[in-house]
Design a protein around this ligand. Structure first.
Ligand code: CA
Length: 258
């Protein structure tokens, strides 16, 4: 089920990192992103008693950081989170990984299920849930994903022109390191990961800003201009980041057709 389209065969992973599939030997590592301390504690106990290694984060931003750094085998993600909500976390996770994600929604948010599944969640559960049910779903997801392929293999983006490493937060253009702000970094990340596709200013807002509410599309325009300048792509005719009038922006891979 996980999409292999972003897998990069040129990026072998260390065998020691392949911990997937519990029961066989290595413990599966779960990341729980949940802001309610009681639920977080309950989940931690539940999962560690079931034999998983558990890491935790209490807000979206920390969760994302933890995921980038630790490459968990599965993420249990609450939707209602401070700083950055679960949907944003999911979207950014999906830019770099096919790791299975089980979304937890609060009672009354069932309508969000579709949004979650469309956004790349593998499963979802509504609170309050039965412990056994949660464990069963986690096990099922891990079983499905542990067929040997690596969910995090596609992390580093490299097309010969741009080299982007989300874990280290580094960007190189033709080998020269570029200093970007976190927003610029995410903007570039979103563009290169969707190379060839036009992203609307609204899509870029959700992908690159922690809190896009109240931010106008002008902000995106100026951020793109600044990003181009920093990358040495100021000339709009030469820039791999194109503006598509009335639609948005598109990154063109070197040598790729439009
Ligand atoms: Ca919450």
């Amino acid at each position: 089920m996980p999409c292999m389209c972003r897998a990069r065969p040129g990026q072998p992973r260390l065998a020691t990192q392949a911990l997937g599939g519990h029961g066989g030997g290595g413990m599966s590592r779960l990341l729980v992103v949940e802001d309610d301390p009681d639920i977080a504690l309950a989940l931690r106990l539940l999962f560690s008693r079931a034999g998983y290694e558990v890491a935790q984060a209490g807000d979206g931003r920390t969760g994302l950081k933890e995921a980038y750094a630790e490459h968990p085998d599965l993420v249990v993600l609450d939707v209602g989170l401070p700083e950055m909500d679960g949907w944003q976390v999911l979207e950014r996770l999906r830019d770099v990984s096919d790791v299975p994600v089980l979304v937890l929604t609060a009672h009354g948010q069932e309508a969000e299920k579709v949004r979650g599944l469309r956004g790349g969640a593998d499963d979802y559960l509504t609170k309050p849930f039965a412990n056994n049910e949660l464990l069963a779903r986690v096990e099922a997801l891990l079983r499905r994903s542990s067929s040997g392929q690596n969910s995090w293999a596609s992390q580093v983006y490299d097309d010969g022109l741009v080299h982007l490493d989300p874990t280290k937060r580094r960007v190189y253009v033709k080998g020269d390191e570029k200093r970007l702000t976190p927003t610029e970094f995410r903007l570039l990340n979103a563009l290169v990961r969707h190379a060839g596709a036009v992203l609307s200013p609204n899509q870029l807002l959700t992908q690159a800003w922690d809190d896009p509410t109240g931010i106008g599309q002008e902000r995106v325009k100026f951020a793109v201009l600044r990003l181009r300048r920093k990358l040495g792509w100021s000339d709009p005719d030469e820039s791999p980041i194109e503006s598509v009038r009335g639609f948005g922006y598109r990154y063109r891979r070197p040598g790729g057709e439009s």
